[in-house]
Every structure is written in C-alpha cells, then in structure tokens.
Design a protein around this ligand. Structure first.
Ligand code: KIV
Length: 275
C-alpha cells in the first residue's frame, strides 16, 4: 500500500510507530522500499555521506533534484521526502515555494522537509498553500551548525526547551504534517510529542516520538568518519562490503574470477576464421 501524509495522520491517531530511512540512489531506495518503511528521506545529509563534505551547507538544489529523481524511481510504496537544501528557502517565501515545487515536479518527491521554527513559518504556510506537504525539522538542525557552534544537543536549558516547544507548535499551526526532532533530550521530545497532533519523527530524541529516522549508512555501519551517540548499528554492512571487495580483488589477481562460467561462448568455426 502506498504511504502518504494520511498514513502519518493515521499513525499518530492509532499509535503506530512510523519508520523513515534516508536513501540517495535508486538501488538503495529499492532495497529500503521493499522492506516496508513508511518514508524514504532524500536528506541533505547526502552532502556528508555521499558527497564527502564536512557538513550539509554545500548541498545545492541541483544535487537534491538529481538524487531525489533516482530515489523516486526506486520507491514504490514509501513516501518520498526531499530535503530543501541550505539557502533554497531561507532567502524568501518566493524562493521557498519555487524550490519546493522543483523538488516535486523535477525530483518526483511527494513532500518536502525544511529546517527551522519561527523564522520559517511564512515559508511553510506558503508551500502548504501551494498544495505541497511540508515536514518540519527542529532541534539540531544541521544547516544551522555555524550558529550552534558545532553539532550539539539542543534544548537543554529552560529557555531553549521552551523555545523548541513554541517552535513545534508554530510549525504545526503553519500546516506541517509531521516534524523531525533531532538530537534533543528525550523528556523534551516526549512533551513535544504529547502537545502536537501531528507525528514527531525522532533522531537522537529518545523512545517517545511517534516515529524514527536514521541515515542508512549509520544504521548499517557503512560510514566511518564519525558515529553519533544516537546511532545503533543494526547490521555491519560495511564489513560485508569490505570482505566482498577484498575477495573480488584476490580472485581477479589469482585468476579464479572470471571463469568461463561467467562468459559467453562462440562457435569454433567462427573463431577459426578469425586467425
Ligand atoms: O538530512 C538528513 O538525513 C536529515 C535526517 C538526519 C533527519 O535531515
């Protein structure tokens, strides 16, 4: 069954936990989709895990459209969520609607995600008015890494915690259908989740959110630059890839691959005429 914003609404009302994982290309999107996640996020985390940048700030609209297209081709039943990259919506409400529209029209996403609270309310309203569903994103919003002074847990003091609750309510009121809560204390995430009528999707926000998202390279141990505390390794795919590639190198070097079994025959009559 195709997931949609209605799936998210229903999950909140009946208490079913929502699942979301990132993907950035066709084959991974197919694998993840086949497993039955509710949503695939084409996150701007692709800047770090796929393109090798130190943060997400260099990711462009062209990058996002390129990767979203590939994921959308591979996702049959998951809801495809495309991240709005840095400077694609902060600059103006017009830019926000225009670029959200490009992610839907050119990228093939069903919904967009953007970071921020009070400062992006007009953008969220305008995108929703343009009939594009919006997923909010609060807490450790990576596009604000320079304002935060690094990738740090957010909402730890009273003022910051209150601000996060207010922001969440504003994002909901502006029309968002769900909100990602990243790297905030789990008791704060629980309060926000209780106060909202739309689902919260946690990442480093504890067990009380309505759903969970992870970057797939983190969950499958395929990214070795760093590992955030909130990441659980569900499978050591990195080790499997290492072993497989080393075996490939060995077999090519020692001549055990490829054998005739992996090739194509031709009749000897033809071969005789080639000498
Ligand atoms: O870009 C991303 O992958 C994200 C998730 C970490 C929520 O925004």
């Amino acid at each position: 069954m195709k997931n949609s914003v209605s799936t998210f609404r229903e999950a909140k009302s009946n208490g079913t936990k929502l699942t979301m994982l990132t993907a950035y290309d066709y084959s991974m999107a197919k694998l993840i989709d086949n497993c039955g996640v509710n949503a695939i996020l084409v996150g701007d985390s692709l800047g770090m895990v796929s393109l090798g940048y130190k943060d997400t700030l260099s990711v462009t609209m062209e990058d996002m459209i390129h990767h979203t297209k590939a994921v959308a081709r591979g996702a049959e039943s998951s809801l495809v969520v495309a991240d709005m990259p840095f400077m694609s919506y902060q600059t103006s409400v017009y830019d926000a609607v225009k670029n959200a529209g490009r992610l839907i029209q050119e990228g093939g996403a069903a919904v967009v995600k953007l970071e921020g609270g009070a400062t992006v309310i007009e953008q969220i309203k305008a995108i929703v008015n343009a009939q594009i569903p919006v997923m909010g994103h609060l807490g450790l919003t990576p596009q604000s890494v320079n304002m935060f002074g690094g990738f740090k847990v957010q909402g730890k003091d009273e003022e910051a915690a209150k601000k996060l609750i207010e922001d969440a309510l504003k994002v909901e009121k502006a029309g968002a259908f769900a909100i990602v809560l990243e790297c905030i204390p789990y008791k704060l995430a629980e309060i926000i989740t209780e106060k909202l009528s739309i689902p919260t999707i946690g990442i480093g926000a504890g067990p009380h959110c309505d759903g969970q998202v992870l970057v797939y390279q983190d969950a499958l141990n395929m990214f070795s630059d760093f590992k955030p505390k909130f990441v659980k390794t569900f499978s050591n795919v990195g080790d499997v890839i290492n072993a497989g590639i080393k075996q490939y190198i060995d077999e090519v070097q020692n001549g055990s691959f490829p054998t005739y079994e992996y090739g194509f025959n031709i009749s000897d009559d033809i071969i005789d005429k080639l000498y």
